[in-house]
Design a protein around this ligand. Structure first.
Ligand code: ZN
Ligand code: ZN
Length: 367
């Protein structure tokens, strides 16, 4: 079980100071952080450096962010609490790494991210894992993070209100995905991930990417998308039908909605992640569809669209104020189609506060 001595919102200092304190507790001499998402969390600066080296070296006295020269200007403008060093193509970035971390006996790195090739070049005596600690810090959102998550959710709700109007029979799934991206762009936001648009039987495969299949009368259409705002993401799913929904589509949609509402109602500090999953699963099992709910009830959300906590069946993590995650029950019936309803919630003292809130009813696209 993971211990949470302080809420991140209450921590007296920045994530960078918190990591430095953790390094000291571990008896490590330094940390070398390589995951761009962790660097964004610690400094406020995000970039994808592609194949070029980017790393954050943290020692007792200094924090040096090493970036490719192409990123220097934006790093200096965007990164807080660090000095920026840059290297040009043709130079050896490991000279800067040496300057940033020296030759530590014990070095904290993200074992799940750092490649073996880079680890060998760092030349540390012993490596300890900082990845789990960083994920734990990110579990509880600060007020600033909640503000950004709220903006991402608000854009997503706006687009949810617009997309059904923009859909019509004959469009391909790929095309609808591009309309979603365009609507988010008009709000000044980017898609948080490649939108999932699935029509007819395709909706029975939860992670199928959009295809060239054209919407036609009678189709269920599953729309799973979200906006990103200053790095923070939303993730929602709404359902539509092309033409008038039939009875089975209506009944199963209502069942999934009841499961969604039961899980949301279960959210409260102290309740476990597994209990939230069970609240939805019981409803779907009672409706005779238990075999078709083939995934966990939800996942954490923040700088990444999937992060901790993971709300798996049977999982034991107690909820705490400041956790943010999705609630997304679904049923997937091969050959027929799938229905999922997904929202983002933050845990507050009295229960769940919804971040996303667009109308959850089954939408109708005129056939
Ligand atoms: Zn989703
Ligand atoms: Zn999700």
């Amino acid at each position: 079980m993971i211990e949470h001595p302080t809420k991140s919102g209450d921590f007296a200092g920045t994530p960078l100071l918190r990591l430095r304190a953790w390094i000291g507790e571990q008896g490590a001499d330094a940390a070398y952080v390589s995951d761009p998402v962790s660097i964004a969390y610690l400094t406020g600066f995000y970039t994808d450096p592609h194949e070029r080296l980017m790393g954050l070296g943290i020692t007792e006295g200094r924090a040096l962010l090493i970036v490719p020269g192409l990123e220097r200007e934006s790093a200096e403008a965007g990164a807080r609490g660090v000095e920026v060093l840059s290297w040009r193509d043709g130079e050896d970035p490991y000279e800067l790494v040496r300057e940033a971390i020296g030759r530590p006996q014990q070095l904290a790195v993200e074992k799940g991210h750092l490649t073996v090739a880079v680890a060998e070049r760092l030349g540390a005596g012993r490596l300890v894992d900082a990845g789990e600690a960083l994920r734990r810090f990110r579990l509880l959102k600060s007020a600033e993070e909640l503000e950004r998550l709220g903006r991402a959710a608000a854009v997503t709700d706006t687009v949810t209100g617009q997309i059904v109007e923009a859909m019509h029979p004959g469009q391909t799934e790929i095309e609808v995905g591009m309309v979603l991206a365009s609507l988010m762009g008009a709000e000044g936001a980017k898609p948080a991930f490649e939108s999932i648009v699935q029509s007819g039987p395709n909706s029975a495969q939860p992670h199928l990417r959009p295809t060239g299949r054209r919407l036609q009368a009678g189709d269920l259409v599953l729309l799973d998308f979200g906006a990103a705002w200053e790095g923070y993401r939303a993730d929602t799913t709404r359902m539509a039908v092309v033409g008038e929904p039939d009875q089975r589509q209506r009944e199963l949609h209502q069942l999934v909605l009841d499961a969604h509402d039961a899980a949301v109602a279960r959210v409260k500090p102290g309740v476990t992640t597994g209990e939230v999953d069970a609240a939805a699963r019981e409803v779907i099992e009672r409706g005779g569809q238990g075999a078709y709910f083939i995934h966990r009830i939800g996942h954490g959300l923040g700088l990444e669209v999937h992060e901790d906590p993971s709300l798996d069946p049977g999982s034991q993590l107690p909820l705490e104020e400041g956790m943010v995650f999705t609630i997304e029950p679904g049923v997937y019936i091969p050959g027929w189609g799938g229905i999922r309803i997904e929202d983002d919630v933050v845990v507050e003292r009295d229960g769940a506060r919804m971040l996303t809130g667009a109308e959850r009813g089954l939408r109708v696209v005129p056939a």
